[in-house]
Ligand binder design. Structure first.
Ligand SMILES: NC(=O)c1ccc[n+]([C@@H]2O[C@H](COP(=O)([O-])OP(=O)(O)OC[C@H]3O[C@@H](n4cnc5c(N)ncnc54)[C@H](OP(=O)(O)O)[C@@H]3O)[C@@H](O)[C@H]2O)c1
Length: 259
């Protein structure tokens, strides 16, 4: 008999980091509406946005993922103490900058982008894992949901460092899934295409990109479908097409020789 699907429907308490706008906000609200009615904790920096989500009955916590490691660890410890049922974390926080390396590039921006999009996610995953491994030992599933990007699989020269940060996240997710294969900790990688959000506002490209992006409602519905099926990689639109080429080429595999 096939084993029952383990999916977001099994989650009791879901933390969404980067829930104050765009993809994270939409998915946090959709997850809160699941028939299983999990507790959803919305996180981000902007308190006014968190207050708005509190009014919609979500739990909230202010987190700046660019904070130092001691602060991040304190935040994780206090979340786990306050929400012992916490069994899912989505990393939807992200920033994007355009860079033209034929001209002078702001290297502090490059470092910030790598820190927020990659290093902070890896650090937080490492801090949440002891709790998730305890749940696993008790036979309970848990979910780590990094939000990468189709641009991690096929980069855009307009956002070279952003694309590289997302490629790093995808690579890390593949290795982490392999390391956790014998546990009940599931890695569900969310791989969006260009989607309606605030991500491009700072670069002034939102108007132009809105001609091509996937509407947020459509994206949310498709992604919730993948999360509810327990899909390992949840891609849609152009990202789904690129992922298929990537998978067909065997690039989601693990290097076969121990190093
Ligand atoms: N939209 C797209 O076309 C697209 C495509 C592929 C992948 N993605 C990825 O999808 C994820 C969601 O992005 P989005 O498109 O929904 O953009 P968005 O509307 O700009 O949302 C970004 C979220 O990240 C949070 N964030 C940024 N810096 C943070 C920090 N230092 N600490 C904590 N939270 C922080 C923001 O909250 P605060 O400002 O309140 O902190 C906000 O909630 C990102 O990882 C992005 O790279 C987006």
């Amino acid at each position: 008999m096939a084993s029952p699907t383990v999916s977001i429907d099994n989650a009791k308490c879901v933390l969404v980091i980067g829930a104050t706008s765009g993809i994270g906000r939409a998915l946090a609200l959709a997850i809160a509406e699941l028939p299983s009615r999990p507790t959803v904790i919305a996180a981000g920096r902007r308190q006014d946005r968190l207050d708005e989500l509190k009014a919609k009955k979500l739990e909230t916590v202010q987190i700046d993922v660019a904070a130092d490691l001691t602060t991040l660890k304190k935040t994780v410890d206090s979340l786990v103490a306050q929400y012992p049922d916490l069994d899912a974390v989505m990393f939807a926080s992200g920033i994007q900058y355009q860079q033209d390396f034929t001209k002078e590039v702001d290297l502090t921006q490059v470092a910030r982008e790598i820190n927020v999009n990659y290093l902070a996610v890896v650090s937080l995953i490492s801090m949440f894992l002891p709790h998730f491994l305890k749940l696993s030992a008790d036979g309970r599933p848990s979910f780590i949901m990094p939000v990468s990007s189709g641009l991690g699989l096929m980069p855009s020269n307009y956002v070279p460092n952003y694309s590289a940060s997302k490629a790093a996240l995808t690579s890390f997710a593949i290795s982490l899934r392999k390391q956790l294969a014998a546990t009940n900790v599931k890695i569900l990688e969310i791989i969006p295409p260009l989607v309606e959000s605030e991500l491009h506002d700072e670069q002034g490209t939102t108007g132009h990109l809105s001609n091509f992006w996937m509407p947020l409602d459509e994206y949310t519905e498709r992604t919730m479908g993948g999360l509810r099926k327990g899909d390992t990689r949840i891609a849609s639109g152009t990202a789904e097409k690129v992922l298929k080429r990537y998978q067909d080429a065997g690039l989601c595999d693990i290097y076969p020789i121990p190093v």
